[in-house]
Design a protein around this ligand. Structure first.
Ligand code: ATP
Length: 643
């Protein structure tokens, strides 16, 4: 009841404050919540909300305006902190949250959890890093714990499907759910299955069956078509379906797979859609899956306003290596650093360049790609119908490679995102910079902008101005890097860059694919049956293994200009203020080095495979020791998944 009063008050505030509900005002819609979010969501959602209001009486009628208030009043709501204890969650979950050190709900959690607990279908849109995963996991687990306590769990198929676009996200969501369940005494089972697993492994994972299945639409559709999951069992058991990163699902060509699932979803199933950006795809999915959904839109969708400091540096395209070297070598940006480039070859090239420039193979820097989508999509669209199956397969692989490792992934404690290459569109920028400034944390982003990229830079600036309702630029020039500092490194950068040849890049890619193959679960059976293949693969020769030129290893003191030294000291001081270098804190923040090395790449920045680590154990130990001694910045890269 108190909750209803609170919502009612918010509604009244909103009615007085028309201009905050910009979408409704622009659409010329009436001043109520239904129209406010319906205007953004399109006719389907509007109809949905109206049906909800009309069909379920007065209480439901109150919900609509509430939605608009939540969407438009986020600035005010942000100040009202709500602890998890106030949200009526199961005691076991509250304890789990306490153990994880989480106390206050983020705005999306504060708004979405009560709605989901009320049993509503919900479309929730909130910026990247706003805590959407717990916003659905917590109420979902609450419901399952309740059913379990009452002995009402149906057991012919999973009770909950969580569908995400990529296998990396499967793993991440699975880990998040497990991290909560490990503190619960009631035994609920969560599993993740994805297309890289063999049918046999999938069957084993699904035996039981688990309560919660985290998977991709393609994988669940394939399980149904192969009879691994029976449609009739889904109808009997499924009580909730969640689509996370829903704005990306359809760009992964998942529409047909989702459609194949629809006939098996029982009418009583509660559906939740989570998204970082608004798009026509969300509307399509809403129509396809949800009944009378409650649309929850938190403003500043996709952009962190107070918790992210965006900067830019103008430079020639050919000088980008020089600039990135200057930024990292002179320690002008805060670690951890996630560097985006626009192609896999560029990622390898930059990795080899930084490895040689830093003379190290461990990593505080992570290089990621995310660009090929538009190019591949264009190609796929060009193809005729006959080719469409092949294109789709190729596209899927490419898309996995580009977004799988980046969009939606919660890289722990990334402080700085660097756009070494500018993203192809503003949405790409939102997803990239969203890897920092997550939850209640701050972060920074730095974009290296060449004259050719001025167009996209302006588009991004305009988008940010619109989001923040400002006239002036939101991205300001990066102040810490002087011309002198850059020039002092030019010779060295050119020398190292020249030493990275096309052959080196090919070799690095080959090595990477080799490691993926060696670590592939899917190929394990093949290697067991064909040990000679494994042997050949293990012992093939390196194409090139050049030493790093000794004179490029360290920047002599006299080369660093005083202003840069000062800037570097400022960064170091703030690093010290954040306690990053204290061993315990480093460990908590997922930095490598020291004991207790974790193998979770999402937490540690390590993307190394198991056997590679085993094989290099000794050398790694030596490198760790060296790293602890001198805190050498280190490099690693994310590239494509195994074929
Ligand atoms: N209430 C909270 N307090 C502090 N940290 C939180 C809270 N909720 C979630 N987090 C942490 O915030 C980070 C971001 O959460 P999450 O990945 O759910 O964001 P998201 O909104 O799904 O982002 P994206 O759209 O990029 O996927 C995670 O590391 C998570 O553990």
């Amino acid at each position: 009841m108190a909750k209803r009063k609170q919502r009612k008050a918010a509604t009244e505030q909103e009615v007085e404050n028309h201009d905050e509900v910009t979408v409704a005002a622009e659409a010329g819609a009436e001043n109520d919540g239904h129209t406010a979010h319906a205007a953004e969501e399109g006719a389907a959602a509007e109809e949905g909300v109206e049906r909800e209001g009309g069909g379920e009486g007065e209480a439901e009628g109150e919900e609509g305006p509430d939605a608009a208030a939540r969407g438009g009043e986020e600035g005010k709501e942000e100040e009202r902190e709500v602890s998890f204890d106030e949200l009526g969650l199961d005691e076991q979950l509250k304890r789990a949250l306490r153990k994880k050190g989480l106390d206050k709900a983020t705005p999306i959690q504060r708004e979405a959890i009560p709605l989901i607990l009320e049993g509503k279908d919900v479309v929730a849109k909130a910026k990247t890093g706003s805590g959407k995963t717990f916003a659905y996991l917590l109420p979902m687990l609450h419901e399952l714990l309740k059913l379990s306590a009452e002995g009402r769990i149906r057991k012919s198929a999973p009770n909950v499907f969580i569908l995400v676009p990529t296998r990396e996200l499967c793993q991440q969501v699975h880990n998040e759910a497990s991290s909560l369940l490990e503190f619960c005494t009631s035994k609920l089972k969560v599993v993740q299955v994805n297309a890289s697993m063999s049918d046999k492994d999938i069957k084993v994972a699904l035996s039981g069956p688990p309560n919660i299945l985290v998977t991709t639409p393609a994988c669940v559709a394939s399980c149904i078509s192969k009879g691994i999951i029976r449609g009739s069992s889904i109808k009997e058991s499924l009580s909730m379906m969640i689509l996370d990163e829903a704005d990306l699902l359809l760009s992964y060509r998942c529409e047909d797979d989702i459609k194949a699932l629809v006939p098996h979803i029982p009418r009583s199933c509660q559906s939740i859609l989570m998204s970082a950006t608004s798009s026509a795809d969300i509307e399509k999915l809403t129509k396809l899956l949800l009944h009378n959904p409650f649309i929850l839109t938190l403003t500043e969708v996709g952009h962190a306003k107070d918790d992210l400091i965006p900067k830019n540096i103008s430079c020639d395209a050919k000088d980008k290596m020089l600039y990135i070297l200057a930024l990292l070598k002179l320690e002008l940006i805060q670690k951890k650093v996630l560097i985006f480039v626009n192609s896999i070859d560029s990622a390898f090239k930059l990795r080899l360049f930084l490895e040689k420039a830093f003379n190290a193979r461990l990593f505080d820097y992570l290089i990621a790609t995310d660009d090929n989508k538009s190019k591949e999509e264009r190609q796929a669209n060009k193809g005729n119908k006959k080719d469409s199956r092949v294109s789709r397969k190729q596209l899927q692989q490419t898309l996995d490679a580009e977004f799988g490792v980046v969009r939606g992934i919660d890289f722990k404690n990334v402080f700085t995102v660097v756009n070494y290459d500018m993203p192809p569109d503003p949405a790409g920028y939102v997803h990239r910079v969203g890897r920092t400034g997550r939850a209640h944390k701050t972060g920074a982003s730095i974009s290296l902008v060449s004259p050719k990229e001025n167009g996209i830079f302006e588009d991004i600036e305009n988008m940010l101005k619109d989001v923040e309702n400002r006239d002036t630029s939101c991205i300001s020039p990066f102040p810490l890097l002087t011309k002198n500092a850059v020039e002092s490194l030019r010779y060295r950068a050119q020398d190292v860059a020249r030493s990275v040849t096309t052959r080196d890049i090919k070799e690095a890619r080959r090595q990477d694919i080799k490691n993926e193959i060696l670590n592939s679960e899917k190929l394990k059976a093949h290697f067991d049956e064909n040990p000679r293949d494994l042997d050949l693969l293990k012992h093939d020769k390196l194409l090139s293994n050049k030493e790093i030129p000794a004179h490029l290893r360290d920047v002599p003191e006299y080369l660093i200009d005083p202003t840069t030294k000062e800037a570097s000291n400022v960064v170091k001081l703030s690093r010290a203020a954040m306690d990053i270098d204290k061993p315990r804190r480093r460990k908590r923040m997922g930095f490598k080095g020291g004991s207790g090395r974790s193998s979770d790449p999402l937490k540690t920045f390590s993307a190394e495979g198991k056997s590679r680590r085993r094989g290099r154990k000794e050398r790694d130990g030596e490198q760790d020791r060296r790293k602890r001694k001198s805190d050498i910045p280190t490099v690693q890269e994310i590239t494509e998944p195994p074929p």
